[in-house]
Design a protein. Structure first.
Length: 253
């Protein structure tokens, strides 16, 4: 068993929690939970961390500790869920991503492939947005240079502002801004969740009497499309759409 995934980043989280102006009681509770973890009392450690979370504390370090505690309790689905929650607010955190990948290595192969495909699509989605953002910045720089040139040499640059070239730059910048806004809105509207049970049935409809499409193993990640009562409508990496119970599937948020 890889030793790195068993190590909890205790001190890292304390500073993050203090930055959110939480109570001294929560800071004390966090430190006690760390001690419980070190002493192997994982149930008490988890209870302490969860109490802090319920009081509204959002911290990559806290989520790292909860994920590591679930790992020690052999609940890999919940462990992956909390590493994903941490990555949602700190996508470049190397420790969170490292731990997430280690969990995936221990899960069923079909789960790892499915999750990797979804993560890859998310990365590609953001990659397109980044490239468009770079182009937009370049166009804005060019527009700024032309504008200041006009202010300093109005008589010489007046014709330039009436040319098709400048109009194209302005139009392209406006279009890119609109496209980026659409992409960002679409990205933020996407919701994902993790199967935290050992096995979950994927049903055709939101009912236990509905036809079973497949069974989803622990740690399976899917896009959340809709929610009806205590059921989630989800879509996996293959594009299959079905319904899972809320008590087996938890949204990453």
């Amino acid at each position: 068993m890889n030793k790195y995934i068993l190590v909890v980043l205790f001190i890292l989280s304390v500073l993050t929690i203090k930055a959110q102006h939480v109570t001294d009681e929560n800071i004390t509770r966090f430190e006690k939970s760390n001690k419980y973890f070190v002493n192997g009392d994982f149930d008490r450690a988890l209870a302490g961390y969860q109490t802090i979370e319920k009081e509204g504390v959002v911290s990559p370090g806290l989520y790292t500790n909860i994920g590591a505690t679930y790992f020690k309790l052999h609940q890999l689905g919940n462990s992956l869920l909390y590493f994903e929650k941490g990555i949602l607010i700190a996508p470049l955190d190397t420790e969170l991503n490292f731990n997430k990948n280690k969990i995936l290595d221990k899960l069923d192969k079909t789960v790892s492939i499915n999750n990797a495909t979804i993560d890859s699509r998310q990365s590609n989605f953001l990659g397109v947005a980044n490239y468009l953002n770079i182009i937009l910045v370049l166009l804005m720089v060019i527009s700024s240079v032309l504008f200041f040139t006009f202010l300093k040499f109005p008589s010489r640059s007046n014709k330039l502002f009436n040319t098709t070239f400048f109009k194209y730059i302005f139009t392209a910048s406006l279009v890119l801004v609109l496209v980026l806004l659409v992409i960002i809105k679409a990205y933020k509207s996407k919701r994902f969740g993790i199967n935290t049970s050992s096995v979950t049935m994927l049903n055709l409809g939101p009912s236990t009497y509905s036809k079973v499409i497949d069974s989803l193993n622990e740690g399976f990640k899917a896009e959340v499309i809709n929610k009806y009562e205590n059921w989630y409508e989800i879509k996996d990496a293959q594009g299959r759409i079905g319904w899972v119970k809320e008590n087996s599937f938890t949204e990453i948020k």
